[in-house]
Ligand binder design. Structure first.
Ligand SMILES: [Ca+2]
Ligand SMILES: [Ca+2]
Ligand SMILES: [Ca+2]
Ligand SMILES: [Ca+2]
Length: 302
């Protein structure tokens, strides 16, 4: 009996060791600094470029030549950690997110903006708004303005950055800033209130797979659909940013959990603990073989 228990334990431990040698999940999380294109460099990052590019947020003729609004988005970045179920999101704005007049101060109004009757409010207050709409199951008819958007992440047109969070979406996708419903339990951690030192909006959403109507299993590939809006009603003459377009969604395709075969990377050495386990497994097999050999010798005696 003893030898069978020893054999079972040995085989199990060897299988375990082999399993860890064959596939080990790999995920390097972005380190937020407030600069999305620098922070999101992982191979599984999904980038959604603004089809409108830079300079698709209109400005009044009073704005100095070369001015770009802080509403102007270059690209969105997504990186999902299948192990922790945390989604990392970065929004690369050309300047500082929320700096409506692009003068380098997200909470200060330039003379030309004041001249046309506009105000640049601090901390996304006033009617300044940042909204990321999410259709988790793809039932929103893009461009329709109908139902189907489950979630909105950001700040509506009433509150300021202190209310940044993840909410049920209950409005019309053509006016996303006015469609915030009940707050969802998913912890939403904003890296920083955008400033000159950290110009891009960066945040994480916890328990991402539990957002309403999601049906994917972490580890597997999945898709959701988004629309991003940034703008204000009090920045007279300055336009709004919609990605890709007002009321239109774009698919975000998240790849499956990355796994790394043991010899995929030259110079990759198995961890010491793995080698010790492998060694003890082999030693166990050796002990079993010796037991069997002795048993056979005893039996073969006349
Ligand atoms: Ca843009
Ligand atoms: Ca400003
Ligand atoms: Ca502002
Ligand atoms: Ca939906």
């Amino acid at each position: 009996m003893r030898r069978y228990r020893l054999l079972t334990a040995t085989v199990l431990s060897l299988l375990l060791v082999l399993a860890t040698l064959v596939v080990s999940p790999v995920f390097a999380q972005p380190t937020f600094t407030g600069n999305a294109p620098v922070d999101f460099t992982q191979p599984d990052t999904v980038i959604i470029a603004d089809p409108g590019g830079v300079d698709d947020v209109g400005l009044p003729i009073q704005a100095p030549l070369g001015t770009v609004s802080g509403w102007d988005v270059v690209a969105l970045y997504f990186d999902y950690d299948h192990t922790t179920d945390i989604m990392y999101i970065g929004v690369d704005t050309f300047g500082i997110c929320g700096d409506v007049d692009g003068d380098g101060n997200p909470g200060g109004t330039s003379a030309w903006l004041a001249g046309v009757g506009g105000v640049d409010f601090p901390n996304l207050s006033g009617t300044e708004s940042f909204t990321l709409l999410i259709d988790t199951d793809g039932d929103y008819v893009s461009g329709s303005g109908g139902s189907g958007i489950e979630v909105v992440v950001g700040v509506d047109d009433i509150n300021d950055i202190t209310a940044f969070g993840t909410y049920n979406f209950v409005g019309n996708p053509f006016a996303p800033q006015a469609g915030f419903g009940a707050v969802l339990p998913n912890t939403t951690a904003l890296f920083a209130n955008p400033s000159a030192a950290a110009p891009d909006m960066e945040f994480t959403i916890a328990n991402f797979s539990t957002l309403p109507d999601f049906t994917f299993t972490p580890g597997q590939a999945f898709t959701f659909w988004i629309n991003l809006f940034m703008g204000s009603f009090q920045d007279d003459g300055v336009g709004e940013e919609y990605l890709p377009l007002a009321g239109v969604t774009v698919a975000v395709n998240i790849p499956p959990q990355a796994v790394q075969p043991p010899d995929s990377e030259p110079g990759l050495v198995p961890e010491a603990s793995t080698l010790i386990l492998l060694g003890s497994g082999l030693a166990g097999l050796g002990a079993y073989a010796r037991l069997r050999w002795r048993g056979r010798k005893r039996r073969s005696r006349p």
